[in-house]
Design a protein around this ligand. Structure first.
Ligand code: FAD
Ligand code: UDP
Length: 365
């Protein structure tokens, strides 16, 4: 008999497993994939750490979370500065004085502000209530058209007018010449990859990979006093209220016999006509010096059963459906729900760790 059965070995499940085993609890972790770590999984290809499920940059403002994750790896000083390609020209991200200069030739913050003010007039004083309006109100029409609309509509498969404003608020807008994608105090990539973090977190738990908990739920439930479930919440309840919408991704990875393919770790393709959203060149996350390089193209698609759900679509319709599942989950006596899929939240890694640590206080008592 186990004290805890944890479904999913992603960062949420692994954090729970680590904390619970530290308290002397007997923990069994089931993982559907053939490896641990969920989305943070990285693997060594030609001496390069490849982020199998898309670019992962750890960033946080919270000293406690930064210290916590540094227990499991040494982080480098990587600063994410993606570049956007649009119709053969390169623009710095996030939206900052470099971007404004590239678009308009403006050189002072005042000139850039004037330009943006001119372009957001059409909104008047209206409070933005979708992604398109929010973007125009932040950076004006031209940046919206060049760097946001095409990327957003292929990433989410929906018009930007149907998407929540919150998505675009993830990106900083700065009137300084600063290409750092994040505002957080701490940022980096673990030297040697992310998988070691999950390995260390799971070191004192029993882990079974290639096992779908929902394929034999009753028998697995019988093995443990409590269950922590980190998979999609709607699937747990056999989609009884209907399916939540997710975005899925197809990753196309190739090894190239050249030293440097694109000169940056992340290049976004903001034109609607280019079918992928970004190309990652993994070696640039870790300043690796090798003859070869590994790149990954990221193609977004609508999620269908059998695919990996990567992003929740947090519009009103899905959020209210989620709330019904959440209510249902409260009736589960011995099962707790957490993480990006079970909470249907667009969590970054630092938020997943924070959420797991906070939930554990309630789970353990
Ligand atoms: P997951 O990693 O999804 O783990 C859930 C696990 O449960 C999976 O391994 C799954 O296989 C398993 N599972 C599900 N159902 C079952 C079942 N029935 N039986 C057994 N196992 C099951 N965050 C950042 O901070 N910085 C970034 O740069 C960043 N980039 C990202 C880029 C992409 C493309 C994506 C998709 C996410 C990115 N994130 C980033 C977010 C980050 O990946 C997540 O916040 C975090 O990994 C989520 O952890 P989790 O444990 O909640 O979920
Ligand atoms: N976005 C955009 N253009 C870009 C980069 C991002 O319009 O070049 C928008 C897009 O809607 C995206 C959102 O900003 O979904 C959040 O971007 P982020 O880089 O945080 O996405 P993630 O890395 O989570 O996929």
């Amino acid at each position: 008999m186990y004290d805890f059965l944890i479904v999913g070995s992603g960062l949420y499940g692994s954090t729970c497993a680590y904390e619970l085993s530290k308290l002397g609890k007997k923990v069994l972790v089931l993982e559907k994939k053939d490896h641990i770590g969920g989305n943070i999984y990285t693997e060594n290809v030609e001496g390069i750490q490849v982020h199998r499920y898309g670019a992962h940059i750890f960033h946080t403002n919270d000293q406690g979370i930064w210290d916590y994750v540094n227990q499991f790896a040494t982080f480098n000083r990587y600063t994410n500065s993606p570049v956007a390609f649009y119709k053969g020209r390169a623009y710095n991200l996030p939206f900052n004085m470099n971007t404004f200069n590239q678009l308009w030739g403006t050189i002072t913050p005042e000139q850039a502000r004037d330009k943006i003010d001119e372009q957001r007039n059409k909104l008047g004083n209206k409070k933005p209530d979708n992604l398109e309006e929010q973007a125009i109100s932040l950076v004006g029409e031209e940046i919206y058209t060049t760097l946001i609309k095409g990327y957003t509509e292929k990433q989410w498969g929906r018009s930007a007018t149907e998407l929540p404003a919150s998505i675009i608020k993830r990106l900083p807008v700065r009137f300084t010449y600063d290409n750092n994608y994040f505002n957080d105090r701490f940022q980096g990539i673990p030297i040697g990859g992310y998988t070691q973090i999950a390995e260390k977190m799971l070191a004192n738990s029993e882990v079974r990979c290639g096992v779908d908990y929902l394929g034999d739920k009753e028998n697995f439930d019988a093995l443990a006093k409590k269950v922590i479930y980190t998979g999609p919440i709607d699937r747990f309840f056999d989609y009884c209220y209907g399916k939540l919408e997710y975005r899925s991704l197809r990753f196309e990875t190739e090894t190239l016999a050249q030293e440097n393919f694109q000169g940056n770790a992340v290049i976004n393709y903001t034109e609607r006509e280019v079918p992928y959203t970004r190309i990652i060149e993994h070696k640039h996350f870790d300043y690796i010096d090798t003859d070869k390089t590994v790149i990954t193209r990221e193609y977004p698609s609508e999620w269908q059963e059998g695919m990996e759900p990567y992003y929740p679509v947090n519009d009103e319709k899905n959020n209210s459906l989620y709330r019904r599942y959440r209510e249902l989950s409260k009736q589960q006596e011995k099962t707790y729900f957490g993480g990006r899929l079970a909470e249907y939240k667009y969590y970054d890694m630092h938020q997943v760790i924070a959420s797991a640590l906070s939930d554990l206080k309630k789970i353990i008592h």
